[in-house]
Design a protein. Structure first.
Length: 455
């Protein structure tokens, strides 16, 4: 700060000195009527005054240049500084652009990481369910093996008992024959030994009754052996079916389902319930390889009249309902009884026709595998929304709907030709209710303009 004041003071003093000298020189030149370059004295005085002023300006400018390096740079290096400033601005814009791209890529990576985490969580849950089912099947298998061992032990015990009873029966038959011979002999001596003959008759009658009882016991034990052999055969078949995966009906499999429309009369509700049970009966017979025509014998579906009355009562609210009949456990082929459970859910509307269920942005010039992954991610988002809205899914496959593979192929082939970014939206092809299925259309949109639909 002090240096600046001293510079200003020096400039003022130097300017005053130069001005004073110029004035005195001009005055002397004027009084002396001197002439320079053959000019008139008046013009010579004017020239001296101009030179004096120029000297003041030059000395001032020279002092500033000599004492201030920034002023020198500003005057003599202005163009270079300006070029460096332009380069610095360009570098700044480039760095900002790279920062924006990096932020965009980081966000996309975070989205992919979130999706992968969701997929991983879903896979872990499915693995846990599969492990639980496997453990349940193994427990049933072990239980069946235990029951088979018990049956085999009972069979051996009964065989031992039958052999013992057969030996006893042979002994009784032999003894009966002897008694018959004794009776014949005593008959010839009946007149003399009537009392002994009567006693012998009583003994023969008693032994005959015992023989009849033993024969009945043998017959009964033979029937029990046959029943146990039949049970053993059934258990063996069940074990072999578990080993081979020969399960005809899975646990919680939907045997029949229907949508109950609102405003049904009591008679119409009853007819709808009986029609649903009849469809479930036919489906169960088809799955179990049982007759579906002619003399079908007893019903396969186990349902009580009280259960039917409860089903009819549950749909008397006047609204629309989804009624499903599900199997309560696994059943093997040729089993002739199936226990069921009934599921009744209000059939409310979830999505309107044309409503956007999910959407995803696509970049241009994606590789085929990347496009397929993005489309798969879009379907995952649709499935997530459908599950969150409680649309009924297939209990075996877990799917809430399907989409034609040829339409997917057309979509991938079409969007692979686009050179600009676009958006693919999954919209409801028609009004979708809790009962499903999820019917979709895929709409390609670019800059807010619809390009093409796929369904």
């Amino acid at each position: 700060m002090a240096g600046g004041y001293m510079l200003v003071l020096a400039i003022l003093i130097l300017g005053g000195i130069v001005a004073t000298l110029g004035d005195r020189i001009g005055t002397k030149v004027g009084k002396s009527r001197l002439s320079i370059f053959n000019l008139r004295p008046r013009n010579t005085a004017t020239l001296v005054t101009i030179l004096t002023g120029a000297s003041i300006a030059a000395s001032t400018f020279g002092i500033l240049l000599a004492t201030n390096s920034e002023l020198r740079k500003g005057i003599f290096e202005y163009e270079r500084i300006q070029a460096e400033l332009q380069n610095a601005k360009a570098e700044k814009q480039k760095v900002e652009e790279e920062l924006r791209n990096a932020n965009t890529k980081r966000k996309e990576a975070q989205d992919r990481l979130d999706l992968i985490n969701k997929f991983l969580s879903t896979a872990v849950n499915r693995q846990a369910e599969t492990q639980a089912r496997l453990q349940a099947v193994q427990a049933k298998f072990q239980q069946a093996n235990s029951e088979l061992a018990k049956v085999q032990l009972q069979e051996q015990q009964l065989r031992d008992r039958v052999q013992g009873l057969s030996s006893e029966r042979d002994n009784l038959i032999a003894e009966g024959n002897k008694l018959k011979q004794e009776r014949d002999r005593l008959t010839t001596e009946r007149d003399a030994l009537s009392k002994q003959a009567a006693e012998s008759q009583v003994q023969i009658a008693t032994l005959g009754e015992q023989r009849i009882k033993l024969e009945k016991n043998v017959t009964k034990l033979g029937s029990e052996i046959k029943e146990l052999e039949a049970s053993k055969e059934v258990l063996s078949k069940n074990i072999e079916a578990f080993r081979l995966g020969n399960v005809a009906i899975n646990s919680e499999q939907v045997l029949a389902s229907t949508v109950i429309r609102p405003g049904l009369s009591p008679q119409e509700s009853k007819e709808a319930v009986y029609a649903l049970l009849q469809r479930a009966e036919l489906q169960a017979r088809n799955l179990l390889y049982l007759p579906t025509k002619g003399d079908m014998g007893d019903a396969v579906i186990e349902v009580k009249q009280s259960d039917i009355d409860s089903m009819i009562e549950s749909i008397k609210g006047g609204g629309s309902y989804v009624m499903r009949i599900l199997s309560t456990r696994n059943y093997l082929r040729r089993e002739n009884k199936v226990s069921i459970a009934v599921d009744v859910i209000p059939n409310r509307k979830i999505f309107n026709k044309g409503e956007v269920i999910a959407s995803l942005q696509f970049k241009p010039n994606l590789q085929p595998q990347e496009m397929a992954e993005r489309v798969s991610r879009l379907f995952s988002l649709v499935r997530f929304r459908a599950n969150s809205k409680e649309i009924l899914a297939d209990p075996i496959t877990g799917n809430v709907g399907s989409f034609p593979t040829d339409a997917i192929s057309d979509l991938l082939q079409t969007i692979g030709q686009y050179k600009t970014g676009f958006e693919v939206r999954a919209v409801a092809k028609e009004s979708i209710f809790v009962s499903g299925p999820l019917s979709l259309e895929l709409v390609v949109v670019s800059n807010g303009v619809e390009i093409k639909r796929f369904s």
